[in-house]
Design a protein around this ligand. Structure first.
Ligand code: C2E
Ligand code: CA
Ligand code: CA
Length: 224
C-alpha cells in the first residue's frame, strides 16, 4: 500500500510504502502485528527486500509512464546492517531502472545502537547516489540531537502522536514547534505524519512549510 504526502499548497510530493499482509483466512493484517515479529529474525530482511523491490518496480513503471513518483520506504535496522545491503540496493535500482533520486529510506534512531561509524559510512554511500534518508518517529525515542548532526539525513518525520494533540495540548504544541525549529536550523525537510483534521493541518501551516501525510488527505491504499 502507499499513502500520499502533500506540501502546504496541497500538491502531491511523494508517497510512503506501507506493507500489508493479505492472509487467506484472517484477512488484511496490519504491519504493527507482524513487522515486530519479523524484526526478531532475518525474516525482516526478506520482507524488507520484497517491499523495496516492489517500490523500485513501481517507481520505474511510473517514471516510464511519464509521471515520476517519489517513494519513501521503511528500512529496518537489521536489514540495513546486512553486510551486502549497499551493493544489493544498488543492484536492485539498476535492475529495475528505478531512479535513486526518487527514493527515500525511512530509518529510526535504533539504527545507531551499534557501530555508528559503519552506519554513517553506509548511509553516505547511498546518499552519494542520490538516495534520501528520513528520520522516522522523530521525538519518540531518545532523539539525540547528536544523531541529526552526525547522520547524513535530509528529512525528519514528526510522529503522529505529537501532531494529533498539538492543537489541544500545549506540551505537544511546544514539542512540534521545537522539532520545526531544529529542522529549520539544520536545513532539514519535515514530514508531519498522522494529520487527520483541518485543525492539525492549520496548526502546522501557521508555523512552517511542512509536508503533510495523514487520513485528512488519504489513507494508505493499494498502489494501483
Ligand atoms: P510508521 O512508519 O510510523 O508509519 C506510519 C503509520 O501511521 C502507518 O501505519 C500509517 O498507516 C499510519 N497513519 C498514516 N496517517 C495516519 C492518520 O492520519 N491517522 C492515524 N491514526 N494513523 C495514520 P501502518 O501502515 O499500520 O504501519 C505501522 C508501522 O509498521 C509503520 O509505522 C512502520 O514502523 C511499520 N511498517 C510498515 N510498513 C513497513 C515496511 O515495509 N517495512 C518495515 N520495516 N516496517 C514497516
Ligand atoms: Ca515510516
Ligand atoms: Ca512514524
Amino acid at each position: 500500500y502507499i499513502q500520499p504526502q502533500l506540501d502546504a499548497q496541497g500538491k502531491l510530493t511523494g508517497s510512503e510504502a506501507l506493507v500489508r499482509w493479505r492472509h487467506p483466512v484472517r484477512g488484511l493484517i496490519p504491519p504493527s502485528v507482524f513487522v515486530p515479529v519479523a524484526e526478531e529474525s532475518d525474516l525482516i530482511v526478506d520482507l524488507g527486500a520484497w517491499v523495496l523491490a516492489e517500490a523500485c518496480q513501481l517507481m520505474a513503471r511510473e517514471d516510464m509512464a511519464g509521471h515520476p513518483l517519489r517513494l519513501s520506504a521503511n528500512l529496518s535496522p537489521r536489514h540495513f546492517r546486512q553486510k551486502n545491503f549497499v551493493p544489493w540496493l544498488r543492484n536492485l535500482l539498476s535492475a529495475t531502472g528505478a531512479d535513486p533520486t526518487h527514493l527515500t529510506l525511512e530509518v529510526t534512531e535504533g539504527l545507531m545502537i551499534d557501530n555508528p561509524n559503519e552506519v554513517v559510512d553506509k548511509m553516505s554511500e547511498l546518499t552519494a547516489i542520490g538516495i534520501h534518508f528520513s528520520l522516522d518517529d522523530f521525538g519518540t525515542g531518545y532523539s539525540s540531537l547528536a544523531y541529526i548532526k552526525r547522520l547524513p539525513i535530509h528529512e525528519l518525520k514528526i510522529d503522529k502522536t505529537f501532531v494529533q494533540d498539538a492543537p489541544t495540548d500545549p506540551d505537544d504544541a511546544a514539542l512540534v514547534e521545537t522539532i520545526l525549529a531544529v529542522a529549520q536550523h539544520m536545513h532539514l525537510k519535515v514530514v508531519a505524519e498522522g494529520v487527520e483534521t483541518e485543525e492539525q493541518a492549520a496548526f502546522l501551516n501557521a508555523r512552517a512549510s511542512v509536508i503533510h501525510q495523514g487520513y485528512l488527505y488519504g489513507r494508505p491504499e493499494p498502489a494501483e
